[in-house]
Unconditional design. Structure first.
Length: 178
């Protein structure tokens, strides 16, 4: 796995819940740039000097999306070294999941959902679990996130606004007269 430093954009959002002990404090969140399609991901992989073209990479990825759920549904964990392991878990209905007898038990009644979970690799050289992955990252402050309610055609929608931190601080300074 590549070990070069990855720059992660950080946005800050102010807690506006006055019932919270964190009221008024700023909290970091990832500056998400959207979602890459499978085709886009295949093109990205191919652009890293791969000997395979993006259409071949995309074909392999499509096979993974077919085979991985099939195996996980059978109770087989799938380890994609050095990325990590995919495995099944159940979300159990708290009211129907626990049974007093196994006579005529119907598991579909007590199981709300089957989830495919992911556990990142924790082996020293390829560790991408939380704190180890953080060591590979550098962080750059980018934006202040503000959410407001806007009414359009009688429907209230939340609108998310990103303001570069420098602009936000200049605006706050100008408003306070500093």
């Amino acid at each position: 796995m590549a070990t070069n430093t990855i720059e992660v954009g950080v946005n800050y959002r102010r807690n506006k819940n006055n019932a919270s002990s964190g009221y008024g404090k700023w909290y970091p969140e990832v500056d998400r740039k959207g979602t890459l399609s499978m085709r886009g991901f295949a093109q990205h992989i191919a652009s890293h000097g791969s000997m395979w073209s993006s259409d071949i990479v995309e074909g392999v990825l499509k096979k993974i999306t077919q085979c991985l759920p099939e195996l996980v549904a059978q109770g087989v964990g799938v380890e994609l070294e050095p990325l990590g392991t995919f495995f099944p878990t159940f979300q159990v209905d708290s009211r129907k999941g626990a049974v007093t007898s196994l006579d005529n038990v119907d598991p579909s009644e007590g199981i709300k959902a089957v989830h495919i979970r992911f556990s990142p690799n924790r082996k020293k050289e390829d560790n991408i679990s939380g704190t180890a992955f953080k060591k590979r990252c550098s962080f750059k402050v980018r934006n202040v996130v503000e959410t407001s309610n806007v009414t359009v055609d009688g429907k209230t929608k939340k609108v998310r606004t990103l303001t570069p931190v420098e602009d936000y601080l200049m605006k706050q300074s100008a408003q306070s007269g500093n």
